[in-house]
Design a protein around this ligand. Sequence first.
Ligand SMILES: NC(=O)c1ccc[n+]([C@@H]2O[C@H](COP(=O)([O-])OP(=O)(O)OC[C@H]3O[C@@H](n4cnc5c(N)ncnc54)[C@H](OP(=O)(O)O)[C@@H]3O)[C@@H](O)[C@H]2O)c1
Length: 310
Amino acid sequence: MKRAILTGATGYVGCHLVDALAHRSVEMVVVARPTTLADAREFIHSRGAATHIVDYARGGEVREAFRGCDIWFHLIGSIQRLRKDPFEWRHREVTARLVAAARKERVERVVFLTALGTSSRANNIYHRTKWEAEREVLQSGLAGALVRPSLIVGRSVGPRDSKLVMRYIRMMRERGRAVVLGHGSNRIQPIDVRDLVECMIKAAERENRNVAVYELGGPEPLAFREFVRRLGQAIGQHVPIRSLPLWLAALAARWYEWTREAPPVTREQVALCRVDNVCAPDSVERQFGFAARPLDESLATYRTERDGTK
Ligand SMILES: NC(=O)c1ccc[n+]([C@@H]2O[C@H](COP(=O)([O-])OP(=O)(O)OC[C@H]3O[C@@H](n4cnc5c(N)ncnc54)[C@H](OP(=O)(O)O)[C@@H]3O)[C@@H](O)[C@H]2O)c1
């Protein structure tokens, strides 16, 4: 791996990946948008990566950024519902455009960060459109990997963090309580961002000629409610955890989606609470040969309060 192109690397996971690649002296070009926040651009610059600005929404040309790269890390995606940025566009269409550019510039390998639970029959549009984006990569003729993690946690570098974790930390610190959707009995399998990035780099370095699919989670599958309790414990907030009935959450989601550009509760979040998001507990060790960090070690990174995290 000599020169990497990264798309979607201005977010939480991306900044950790940029940092890890910089430590391995990989030359990098990061594709950002005109709207990308300045702190992310500054961070990327500080790690020696070049930035290539593309306005995807206006058909901006991205092909040049792929020139001379031997690996493409594709991280674009989000569960956030935004009226101006529909899921179909963000996941399927943007991926299709990038695949075309990669093919034209003869980039042969890709590592695509998608999500555990993608399926054409998933109960939410986030997972369905992520699945469609996966098809674009699988049918492209590129070799490499699809990496499907459960919830990603922990923070060691960069100006971004997990939006979900940040929302719960704020809720607990500012309101002295936490609210889970339903009973919070849906199971998740949080994986440390540093372990995930390590797996992505190892996947990039493999020489498989197909697209390997890796489902990844940390060593401890647990109910969402228990995750919130452990997060509270890690940051010294032993607050009560209340349940919001799913029917009420679904109603609130409809209302917020109708009235707000960036709704605080969405149909996707409600749908995700109805299903487990787990895989084998030894998924990292079995597929990548190292032991994933225990959950409490990841959560310990939230002990220090940071200002201005987005
Ligand atoms: N965080 C998790 O727990 C989790 C779990 C499973 C899977 N994933 C997947 O992992 C990937 C990275 O997640 P993250 O937590 O790092 O997300 P993030 O912090 O929200 O970063 C998202 C990245 O995607 C870019 N992006 C979003 N919409 C775009 C669009 N319409 N066109 C072009 N670029 C767009 C953002 O660019 P700007 O900086 O310009 O906004 C940013 O670089 C995502 O694909 C996500 O679905 C995350």
